[in-house]
Design a protein around this ligand. Structure first.
Ligand code: PGA
Length: 249
């Protein structure tokens, strides 16, 4: 599996700005993406169709930041997986810490989204991670186990092949606070073990990304760790110059 270098643009950029960044990224990375690396950009929903056109021909995937777990229906304001696939998305994030902690999404709802999105054929990046209080209370493993077990218990049989986990300690997101390499190494080993316990052999090939203040100057070391199969980047993905340095790190 190639290492996945994913940009989460969150609720940033006008359409013109998003198109400019995507064009710069495509130009900077043209024929330079190292073998064994896959690049993904996740803008806001409303920019997806335009960015699918901008990125046509570039070796850069497009992803959504969320999905709603139903085929269609009376769900005002929501977007279904098949609508995402229809506009050129192949990936979707699910359970990002901002959705869990700012918008109050439960493990059960995140589990539903994970299973449904995989069933519809999307590649799902399931985000997990502990808060600072949970880490200080020694609950790292309990929290990761709860988040992983609840979500993977319901995935379709062939779903593991399209599942990626993003381990993002909540206290390291957007704070400039990076987990140490030891912290990342230890947490990813726990995630790998939990995946093997719940998915068996298939759990060994699920990619595990690290996220939380990844920057051009720490990406290389993080990507070199065991069980780190990519990174999910917020702040440092907003400029094509810094995100492409991470892709090439
Ligand atoms: P950050 O965000 O890189 O700005 O810490 C990461 C994320 O929220 O996915």
């Amino acid at each position: 599996m190639p290492k996945l270098i994913a940009a989460n643009w969150k609720m940033y950029k006008t359409l013109a700005e998003a198109e400019t960044t995507a064009r710069e990224l495509a130009a900077t990375l043209a024929s330079r993406i190292p073998a064994g690396r896959e690049v993904l950009v996740c803008p806001v929903f409303v920019h997806l169709p335009a960015l699918a056109r901008t990125l046509q021909g570039a070796d850069i995937r497009l992803g959504a930041q969320d999905l709603y777990p139903a085929k269609e229906g009376a769900f005002t304001g929501e977007v279904a997986p098949r609508q995402l696939l229809d506009v050129g998305c192949t990936y979707a994030l699910v359970g990002h810490s901002e959705r869990r902690h700012v918008l109050g999404e439960s493990d059960a709802f995140v589990a539903q989204k994970t299973a449904f999105g995989l069933g519809e054929g999307l590649q799902i990046i399931l985000c997990i991670g502990e808060t600072l209080d949970e880490r200080r209370a020694g609950q790292l493993e309990t929290v990761l186990a709860r988040q992983i077990t609840s979500a993977v218990a319901r995935i379709p049989q062939d779903g593991a092949a399209r599942l990626t986990i993003a381990y993002e300690p909540v206290w390291a997101i957007g704070t400039g606070e990076v987990a140490t390499l030891e912290d990342i190494h230890a947490a990813h080993a726990v995630v790998r073990r939990l995946l093997a316990e719940s998915l068996g052999e298939a759990g060994r090939s699920v990619r595990i990304l690290y996220g939380g203040s990844v920057k051009p100057d720490n990406a290389g070391a993080i990507l070199g760790l065991d069980n780190v199969d990519g990174v999910l980047v917020g702040g440092a993905s907003l400029e094509a110059s810094s995100f492409s340095k991470i892709v090439l790190a």
